[in-house]
Design a protein around this ligand. Sequence first.
Ligand SMILES: Nc1ncnc2c1ncn2[C@@H]1O[C@H](COP(=O)(O)OP(=O)(O)O)[C@@H](O)[C@H]1O
Ligand SMILES: [Mg+2]
Length: 328
Amino acid sequence: MKKVLVIFGGNSFEHYVSCKSAKSIIENIDKKLFECTLVGIDFDNKWYQFKDDLDHLEKGTWKQGNTLEIEHITNYLKRFDVIFPIIHGANGEDGKLQGLLELLQLRFVGGKTLGSAIGMDKEMSKIVFEHLGIPQVPYLVVEEESSIPEIISRIDFPVIVKPANGGSSVGISKANDKKQLKKAIKEAKKYDKKIIIEKYIKARELECAVLEFDNKLLCSYPGEIKSANELYDYDAKYKNEKSYTIIPTDLSETVTKTIQNYASRIFKGLNINGYSRIDFFYDEVSETVYINEINTIPGFTSISMYPKLMENEGISYQELLTILISNA
Ligand SMILES: Nc1ncnc2c1ncn2[C@@H]1O[C@H](COP(=O)(O)OP(=O)(O)O)[C@@H](O)[C@H]1O
Ligand SMILES: [Mg+2]
């Protein structure tokens, strides 16, 4: 029996999504193969072993449950055969936690330090996408000294403004004119000093799940997001019940193959391990596929896009967990 440690929570706004992902993992993991322990990281970066009703994870109230603070984190981590980090966003998905685990020479699920760090930073990922020759929408990075007239001279409205390091669509907005641009930058700056401005594209949103499996790379048939709002924003992702996903979606073989080809090149090009969800835009008018972003720790509840795409490939949620842990 392998001892697995699932680390969830974290001090980003994706904390609660992470709690739900952790709950799904514990509920579905093959208990004949793995003995699981849960550790939560709170908003003050303190680590606690959590031993209580999983409903606390669903509700995000785990700190009020039965917890024990871990003081000697490095010693504690060494007790486990495999670590399964399921923290989305800052500190969990951006290579910092991965760096700690690599330094301790521990086995863990998912991308290592470098790939995670590049994947989290939208500017750095774009540089790699460009290097790999994968199409992306025109963009620019706003530095401290960039002025509004300068931005307008370099990119056409409408634009999308986003924090370079973010997730769950937090801090992202569309701007149609100069006034909205100013407001959008101010909003994005709440979350990051570095801001990305992209040309707005009216396109279908397609996602591809990638998994290392049997020494091969499985790039799933793409799924599609049907957002309740114009953008797949925070409300559309987590609250608005009118949003839905289509798996499998209807795409020509050419578009499907293009997405799978890009996904495979990006996964290898960014040096990712284990798994990732890679998100694309498809402009039906120009018949062009654009890379949007990579998520090295994608939403992982049993109804999230990544597990659902794998299920469509014939891999159940439980099998998926076994594969990921075995790969580690
Ligand atoms: N260039 C763009 N054109 C149109 N919509 C966009 C563009 N960039 C982002 N969006 C919308 O905003 C959502 C969130 O953006 P994304 O870059 O995926 O950030 P996050 O990492 O927060 O998911 C996308 O799913 C899409 O709906
Ligand atoms: Mg996204």
